[in-house]
Structure formats: structure tokens, C-alpha cells
Design a protein around this ligand. Structure first.
Ligand code: ZN
Length: 448
């Protein structure tokens, strides 16, 4: 009853404060004939909002540190993410003045040469800063294995990978599971080895307490080096359903398998369950938000049902992790409808990257609209840009991701205005939140 009264009071207040043309009408189920006009009015304003790109892999195609992973051989690509997507030609034209209407090998040489020339002209960190300027991104997360000296840390805050701590044992059995894991798991071993080198650890600690201290040491060092968050792409390697073993159980398994032998699947997962929970708890202690890949993934063996974003619900709604901030990277796509309800948790946010590339703007608009109508203050923009090859680089995917997101955002908000859901002023507030403010506030004064 009290709630009903509050709702009515708010409704009456709104009716007084807002102009009659907006608040007097109930929301309607279809946009009116003004929707195109509103879209045309909103889009230029939305393009002027400097963005914070919450998930991206900037770098050059010959840089092995762009990701802690690599694409498995011969993986299927959805239509829009194939190299022959004609929109990539539009990207090359907009960014570099590409003069051709196709990307034939002969014509592609022009683009490669143009980029090489610009790299000379914009030496050091200036090249990628210039690319960010062109797409009006103030800064962009660099989710990379290690940072590159050609990225300006002021505009490219580092998000490092934390999965490799879950793979310290003999991984023969895991690597042999399928051709994709044959690519992924050795890269995790390599990453763990790099963290050991960084921490000056010649071999893994002889006891479990020492191993956990080593993990915390790497997290703390990465934070000092400018890391703003830790990222898990655990869905590529195992199901995202996490058990809750005791420390003693994990310590026993560590002691047992450190000596050698490939762990059974069950034993390895039990150990990993503990490590994952330890790391996210440390994320709370160190104020390092935890980014988790939650979507379909590359590779034909990626198991969607075992990595369903809802598998994480028991972790996200666990009061023990209340002080950890979680960012659901890729917003659970294609389960983004369920995903937005996880953002009811005060410490859970969604990133929309990849959704804007996997879908065309007409479909992505519906995703954003549904999110904006539910928890608009918990959603953040990202491109998931990646240097696909020498011709089509991070530059083009930055452009396509940013353009698509801004168009879909303007379209979603235009429908919401036309359907009497929100005012135009409120729509622009929501646009600022999604493109910039919602994400930036998670990192204190560490990002802009
Ligand atoms: Zn990514």
C-alpha cells in the first residue's frame, strides 16, 4: 500500500514538473510518425558525447600481446564479423580516405601503405590517440596480455587477464579436449609463466598459502602498473558454474598436483572454483573491478549452454562479494534479456561490446532499448575492437563499433521519446551515462 502511494505521489509530481505534452500521456506501444525526426535530432548530439570504451583490444595486428588468447584455426564467423563485410570499406574511407569500393588484395595494399605512413607521421603514442580522436572516444580500455609502449596509458587504461592462475598443473588432458583448447590452454600456461617472471618467481611456491600470496602480489603489481580491472575469459576453458570448496580442499589438491600428474576434470575444477572465488574477493579488497566474458565466443567448440551468463548468478548474488564490482563483458549476448536483471545487484554492470558488431544496428537498437528501459544506469559502452589482420585493424573495428553503438543508441532513445516513455532531456542524460559516465565512475579518478 505504501509503495502504491509513493508511486502515485511520484506520478502527480511528474505531472506538475514536466510539460503536458510529455507527462500527460501514458506510454504507448508504437512510436509515432515523429520517430525519424527525433532520431535525426538526437544522433548529432550523441555523436558529440566523448565516449569511454569499456572493452577493447587496441593494438597492431603483428603485436602478440593484444590478447591473452588467439583465434582458433578455421573458426566460423557470423555474417557481420567476416572480412568481406562492406561496412569495413566505409570504415576505411571515413578514417583514412580509402579511395576504392572493394578490399581486393591489390587495393588493400593502399590501405596498408596509408597506415604505415600515418604511423610515421603520428609517432609513438600519437597514432592510436589520433584514432580515438577520430571516433570521439576520450579513452578506451586496453584489455591486453601486457601493455604496449605505443599506447598512451592516460587514454588507454589497462585491463589485465587473470585466468591463467587457474591453470598451474599438468594441462595435457585439457589441451587435448578439442582443437580450440589446443590453442587456448598453452597460451594460459604462457601467461602464467609471464606473471611468474614479473613476480620474480622461478618456480611455483611449494605450498598453497605461498601460491595465494603470489596471486595477490601479481594483482597488486598490476594495479601499480596502471591496471584498472582484472578480466576473466574463463568461459572459453570450462563451464562457468562455480562450486564452493573449502580452502583445505583446494590446498590438498595444490599439494597433490604440484608434484605432477594430470588432475581429473573434477579435481581441476574444484581447485579452479576456489581460485576464482579468491581472485574476485581480492578484486573487492584492492578495488579492482572484475570483468567477465559473458557471451558466445570465438571457436566452433565454444559451449554456449555451459557458459550461460545465468550460471554466474549464484556468485553475483552472493553477499560475500558485495564489495567487488562486476562487469559482464558483452552483456551475456545472446542472453542479454536475462542478463539485464543481474544488474539489479548494486555491484553488477553490463558492457554492450560485441553485441553491436554481432548484430546490425536495427537489432542492437532493441537490445539497448530493453536495457535502457530496465537499469539504464548500469549499462556501459564498448567496441571490442581487435586487429583482425594487416588490412582490417583495430582502427576499423573501433570505428564500426562506435558508429553502430551511437546509431543504435539514438534510435532506441528516439523510440522511447516518441512512445512517451522519457523526455528528450532525460534521453540525453541516459546517453551520457551509457557512453561515458556509468563506466567512468567505477574507477574513481583513475580514468576519464
Ligand atoms: Zn574482447
Amino acid at each position: 500500500m505504501k509503495l502504491v502511494c509513493q508511486v502515485w505521489r511520484a506520478f502527480l509530481l511528474c505531472a506538475i514538473v514536466f510539460p503536458a505534452s510529455f507527462a500527460a500521456a501514458q506510454a504507448r506501444p508504437f512510436p509515432g510518425p515523429d520517430v525519424q525526426e527525433i532520431y535525426q535530432r538526437l544522433l548529432p548530439q550523441i555523436e558529440k558525447i566523448p565516449a569511454f570504451d569499456h572493452h577493447a583490444h587496441p593494438g597492431f595486428s603483428d603485436d602478440p600481446d593484444v590478447d591473452a588468447m588467439a583465434a582458433p584455426p578455421d573458426a566460423s564467423e557470423a555474417l557481420r564479423t567476416r572480412d568481406d563485410n562492406p561496412e569495413l570499406i566505409a570504415a576505411a574511407k571515413a578514417l583514412f580516405g580509402y579511395p576504392y569500393a572493394d578490399l581486393s588484395p591489390e587495393h588493400s595494399k593502399w590501405l596498408v601503405a596509408k597506415k604505415a605512413e600515418l604511423k610515421k607521421q603520428y609517432a609513438g603514442t600519437a597514432y592510436f590517440n589520433m584514432i580515438l580522436d577520430k571516433i570521439n572516444s576520450e579513452s578506451s580500455v586496453a584489455n591486453r596480455a601486457m601493455m604496449a609502449d605505443y599506447l598512451d596509458p592516460k587514454r588507454f587504461p589497462w585491463v589485465f587477464f587473470a585466468d591463467s592462475f587457474m591453470w598451474p598443473f599438468n594441462n595435457e588432458r585439457e589441451t587435448a579436449r578439442n582443437p580450440d583448447e589446443g590453442v587456448f590452454i598453452p597460451l594460459q600456461e604462457k601467461m602464467l609463466h609471464r606473471w611468474m617472471q614479473q613476480a620474480n618467481v622461478a618456480k611455483l611456491p611449494s605450498d598453497f598459502d605461498g601460491y595465494l600470496r603470489f596471486l595477490s602480489q601479481v594483482l597488486e603489481e598490476n594495479e601499480k602498473k596502471g591496471g584498472i580491472a582484472m578480466k576473466f575469459e574463463v568461459a572459453y576453458f570450462r563451464p562457468t558454474t562455480f562450486g564452493d570448496p573449502t580452502r583445505a580442499q583446494a590446498a590438498d589438491l595444490y599439494q597433490h598436483y604440484l608434484a605432477g600428474g594430470a588432475p581429473s576434470e573434477k579435481d581441476y575444477r574444484t581447485f579452479q572454483d576456489y581460485i576464482f572465488r579468491y581472485l574476485i574477493q581480492e578484486g573487492g579488497r584492492l578495488h579492482l573491478p572484475v570483468h567477465i566474458h559473458t557471451a558466445i565466443g570465438i571457436g566452433d567448440y565454444f559451449n554456449l549452454s555451459q557458459s550461460n551468463i545465468m550460471n554466474l548468478e549464484s556468485v553475483l548474488r552472493d553477499p560475500r562479494y558485495r564489495s567487488t564490482t562486476f562487469v559482464m563483458i558483452h552483456g551475456g549476448y545472446p542472453l542479454e534479456r536475462e542478463a539485464i536483471w543481474l544488474a539489479a545487484m548494486k555491484n553488477v554492470y553490463l558492457d554492450s561490446s560485441f553485441g553491436e558488431l554481432a548484430q546490425y544496428p536495427s537489432a542492437f537498437k532493441d537490445t539497448l532499448k530493453m536495457w535502457l528501459e530496465t537499469f539504464p544506469d548500469k549499462i556501459t559502452f564498448g567496441t571490442d575492437c581487435f586487429p583482425y589482420n594487416e588490412v582490417l585493424g583495430a582502427e576499423e573495428s573501433y570505428w564500426l563499433g562506435a558508429k553502430s553503438s551511437r546509431m543504435a543508441l539514438a534510435a532506441a532513445l528516439a523510440e522511447m521519446i516518441s512512445e512517451n516513455e522519457i523526455s528528450e532531456a532525460r534521453a540525453l542524460e541516459l546517453a551520457h551515462g551509457y557512453l561515458h559516465d556509468n563506466a567512468v565512475k567505477l574507477y574513481g579518478d583513475r580514468v576519464h
